[in-house]
Each structure stands twice: as structure tokens, then as C-alpha cells.
Design a protein around this ligand. Structure first.
Ligand code: AKB
Length: 318
């Protein structure tokens, strides 16, 4: 990869991935694509090129690709699961019509494409424990429907046109940098903010509900590692199960209480989030990612908790 375009560069993943890619490939070689109203700020703005790049505007994407001689696109534009459910048509327009635009531009301009899938691509009939790489995917949310379509369409463009498409199924992502918005797994970020602010946490997900989660540094490494992987070793492409930890609200509460014994939590379950969580896996089997491109996470629940509490203390309390 010589010149990279990140679409959705100011979002939860994009804001950190753009900076990581700049640190690897050079600031001038990574373009931060954003939409009006979500302009890059601070270091993201100062450190490298930025362009308006709306995933629903194919001509606009092509203009940026040609101007910067882009050969790899990280397509991160999407609505998360809860907000998608309230705007299904928009979720499809961004997630699938947008993906079509990206894939067509990639096909015409010889670009590799990374478009994340999610644990939301699974459904109630999927085996919930140690969910295999290749298994039943019959999601019951528009988010999941669009993620399965993302996987299939990306595979199709690879098989039919030779476009170098690759992706992972992200678990809930936890970070102290840019907060997520409108996801089912957001509670696992919000809980750290409450703990550091010394507030009681109201948990929207019921005790005993296990979901895969991952600390952002591992998620960023996964993106880069997969895109750099030797293509001759890839049996799968879109998208790989990746895993590092699985816990329920009681598990993350206990991890935080190890360092903040006074921290309190109360349950007020939100039905839509709970229904999503109940239909998703408890834990993924990521053996294919480990075998095909040497995936190996660095963080577990305890090491993530130590880092989150430390970094959020500086961010929120100075
Ligand atoms: C969400 O909760 O919607 C996302 C996801 C797991 O894809 N974090």
C-alpha cells in the first residue's frame, strides 16, 4: 500500500486508524475522508491530507482516489446497530449503496478495500459459543443484514473482478479516544467513563449476556495486519472472526472493581439493545484468522481495564 484513503476518518475507528496508518506509511500518504459536519480536528487535521469523501457519492470518491493516487481504501462508513434499527433505509444507503460505490471505484482504479463486518452479522440460529468462522448467518437486525451483504458483496467483487477485498468481523470495540455512538456494545465503553467520573453506572444489558469485545489497539493491528497479509495464505477474505475477550456486565464490573472497589452499577435493561445482544454470539472462534494471517491479540480484560482507567483519568480529570 502506497497511498491510502480512510472513508469515515473522524469516526470511532477512523480517528485512531488514520493516525496509526500515518505512523506506518507516512503522514502524506494517508488521506482522511470525512463528511460535512464531521470535519477532522486537532492532530488528525494537522498531520496529513483530508478530503470531503461521502460514501454515497461515487464521483466524489473517485475524484479523491485519482487526485491522491490511492491504492487502498479503508471503508469505515456505517451506522451502528441501534441507530441503524431506527433508520434502516439510511443504514442500507450508507452500508450497501455506499459499499457498491467504493467497490466500483476500487475496480476501476485498482484499489484494495477493507470494509469491516461485525459480530452483528450473526443471528439467533448461529451457534452462540465458540462461533465458527463458517456457520449460519441469519441476522435479525438491519445492521446484521447489511453486514452479511457487505461480506458477500466484497467476496463477489474479489471472485468476479479480482478486487483485493478483505475484512474482519469486529466485536464491540473499546477505546478512550473517540466514543462510539448508537451501538449495542457501547455499554462496555460507557462503564469506564462512569467509573472514572465516580458515578453509578446504569447498565442497559442484562447480567449473564456475554459478547465478544476488543481493545482498540488490537482492532487497529488487525486491520493493518490483514491488509498486509500474504494473499496466497488467505483461504477466507470477508470477513474473519477475530477475538480477544468475552464478558458479561458482571465480568467487566468485577474487572473495574479490582481497581475501584467503590464503583456501583445498577441494571436498567434496554429491550432493543438486549434483543440485539441476545441474537449475537457469546464468543467467537478465531482460528482461521490465527492460521491464515497470524492474528494474535495483545490485551485481555484486565490489561485493557488498567489502560482504560489510566488514560481516561488523564482525559477526564486532567
Ligand atoms: C454495535 O454494537 O453496533 C457494534 C458492533 C458490535 O458491531 N459495536
Amino acid at each position: 500500500m502506497k497511498n491510502i484513503l480512510v472513508i469515515g476518518a473522524t469516526g470511532q475507528i477512523g480517528s485512531e486508524l488514520t493516525m496509526k496508518l500515518r505512523s506506518i506509511y507516512g503522514n502524506e500518504h494517508v488521506v482522511a475522508g470525512y463528511i460535512t459536519g464531521a470535519e477532522p480536528k486537532g492532530e488528525l487535521k494537522e498531520s496529513g491530507p483530508a478530503e470531503i469523501c461521502d460514501v454515497t457519492d461515487a464521483a466524489g470518491i473517485e475524484g479523491v482516489v485519482k487526485k491522491h493516487q490511492i491504492d487502498a481504501i479503508y471503508n469505515l462508513a456505517a451506522l451502528l446497530s441501534v441507530v441503524a434499527e431506527s433508520k434502516p433505509k439510511l443504514a442500507w444507503k450508507i452500508g450497501i449503496d455506499g459499499l457498491w460505490n467504493v467497490l466500483e471505484v476500487a475496480r476501476m482504479n485498482n484499489c484494495a478495500v477493507f470494509t469491516p463486518s461485525s459480530i452483528g452479522s450473526f443471528g439467533p440460529e448461529t451457534p452462540h459459543d465458540n462461533t465458527p468462522q463458517d456457520t449460519i448467518q441469519r441476522p435479525i437486525t438491519i445492521y446484521g443484514v447489511s453486514k452479511v451483504t457487505t461480506e458477500l458483496l466484497s467476496d463477489y467483487y474479489h471472485k468476479k473482478y479480482g478486487v483485493d477485498t478483505r475484512s474482519v468481523r469486529f466485536p464491540g470495540l473499546i477505546s478512550y479516544v473517540t466514543p462510539p455512538g448508537g451501538g449495542t456494545t457501547d455499554y462496555a465503553v460507557d462503564i469506564y467513563y462512569s467509573a472514572v467520573r465516580g458515578e453509578k453506572f446504569i447498565c442497559p444489558i442484562a447480567a449473564g449476556t456475554y459478547m465478544d469485545m476488543m481493545y482498540m489497539p488490537d482492532a487497529l493491528n488487525a486491520c493493518v495486519q490483514l491488509m498486509e497479509a500474504d494473499p496466497t495464505r488467505l483461504i477466507h477474505r470477508n470477513g474473519f472472526n477475530i477475538a480477544s475477550m468475552s464478558f458479561d456486565p458482571e465480568g467487566i464490573l468485577a474487572a473495574i472493581r479490582k481497581y475501584k472497589p467503590e464503583f456501583e452499577m445498577e441494571y436498567k435493561v434496554e429491550p432493543l439493545k438486549q434483543a440485539n445482544a441476545d441474537s449475537w454470539p457469546n464468543s467467537l472462534d478465531d482460528i482461521c484468522a490465527r492460521q491464515e494471517w497470524n492474528w494474535k491479540p495483545q490485551y485481555n480484560l484486565d490489561t485493557m481495564t488498567v489502560d482504560m482507567l489510566e488514560k481516561l483519568k488523564v482525559k477526564l480529570l486532567g
